[in-house]
Design a protein around this ligand. Structure first.
Ligand code: ADP
Ligand code: MG
Length: 357
């Protein structure tokens, strides 16, 4: 496949209702030319509805969708120049691999010579050279999904849409395919919208992630932004693992267990019920005195579980919560002499001290 000019997508105030049910609630999103954006959310949050609206299989109740300068809100799906991949492949099982990939080209009535050349190139792109004559039922799950991908890009669409295409694959293969999809995107530069409920999958492939809940975007940003600067407790909870410790707020100060917390900036909200959001990997078990610019949480070392590539250490905090810390082999070595039941200091850098309502 050669690299080609893709188009930006503009989603403007799109709402979709089914009777009294609101599947999409006034969502807006600008996707740049060649950008890879994932729509991330729990089951029933509205991901598929949004993708179907972009594809043209679902008409928004209100709002507009544009591909570049072109308003496609009322355009039929087959005139939108989009390639699509779904979870259940939707390949023709009794056709060959080549027949499946050629299908969209035959629909578009391309000459046979051109079809053959494009199919050959698509097979190279997905690294299934020489598989043209295989039947679909002779392929593994990963190979089938690659064929579905080839069929979606063979007619050189403007945009690629994917709805949980990897969720039927086992973990190892899924992770391998995520890297392949990422590389394919880097090679082709196609504007891509990828739907998934899996945070790590979204992070692995995307330039930006749009987190959706009950038909509304709750945060849109680069993976590191969602992870390190979650806009709300919901985001911090959905993206990665977090512990939430209630803090006392007075004025612009927050304290935990009677100790004032050093914060990276002013509190985002003046409300009194707020939480210290802890990513376990932000904490460092420390036996030393606190260094400047860090907060110290005092806890009791309770348990250490060896899990292979890393270990899990549980530390009880003054509010009664146990926090599980993931430790590398070297970190475990450094606390080798620490007895269960003894007190430990957990150091948390001020810039990673996040307090949210
Ligand atoms: P997701 O893909 O995130 O799991 P969907 O977009 O499929 O979520 O669905 C969002 C909400 O809209 C769900 O509550 C679902 O039941 C509802 N919904 C989707 N399609 C229809 C439909 N054709 N008729 C009625 N309700 C629908
Ligand atoms: Mg869905």
């Amino acid at each position: 496949m050669k690299r080609r000019e893709s188009v930006p997508i503009e989603i403007e105030n799109v709402t979709k209702t089914y009777g009294s049910m609101t599947a999409l609630d006034n969502v807006s999103l600008s996707i740049a030319r060649g950008e890879f954006v994932s729509i991330l959310g729990a089951s029933g949050s509205g991901k598929t509805t949004l993708l179907m609206a972009i594809a043209g299989f679902t008409m928004p109740s209100s709002g507009r969708i544009r591909f570049g300068e072109r308003d496609v809100t009322l355009t039929e799906p087959h005139k939108r120049k989009i390639g699509m991949v779904f979870q259940n492949y939707a390949l023709f099982p009794n056709m060959t691999v080549g027949g499946n990939i050629a299908y969209p080209l035959r629909l578009r009535k391309l000459p046979a010579v051109q079809i053959a050349a494009k199919v050959k190139r698509a097979l190279q792109t997905i690294q299934l050279d020489g598989f043209a004559e295989r039947r679909i039922d002779q392929l593994s799950g990963g190979q089938r999904q690659r064929v579905a991908l080839a069929r979606a890009i063979v007619f050189e669409p403007d945009i690629l849409l994917m709805d949980e295409p990897l969720s039927a694959l086992d973990k190892k293969l899924r992770e391998q395919m995520q890297i392949e999809v990422r590389h394919l995107h880097q090679d082709l530069g196609l504007t891509t919208v990828f739907v998934t409920h899996d945070q790590r999958e979204a992070f692995t492939m995307s330039d930006r992630v749009a987190l959706i809940d009950k038909g509304q975007f709750v945060q849109i940003g680069a993976p590191s932004e969602l992870y390190n600067r979650p806009a709300s407790r919901f985001v911090a909870d959905f993206v990665g693992q977090s512990y939430f410790l209630p803090v006392a707020v007075s004025g612009d100060e927050a304290s935990f267990a009677g100790q004032r917390l050093l914060l990276p900036g002013p509190l985002s909200s003046p409300v009194s019920r707020q939480f210290l959001v802890i990513r376990p990997e932000y904490l460092e078990i420390s036996e030393d005195d606190p260094r400047p610019g860090e907060n110290i949480l005092r806890g009791i070392f309770k348990e250490l579980i060896f899990q292979g590539e890393s270990s899990l250490a549980f530390v009880g905090l003054p509010d009664g919560q146990d926090i599980g810390l993931r430790l590398s082999g070297r970190q475990v070595e450094s606390i080798r002499n620490l007895a269960f039941g003894s007190s430990v200091n957990l150091a948390l850098a001020a810039e990673q001290t996040l307090v949210l309502p």
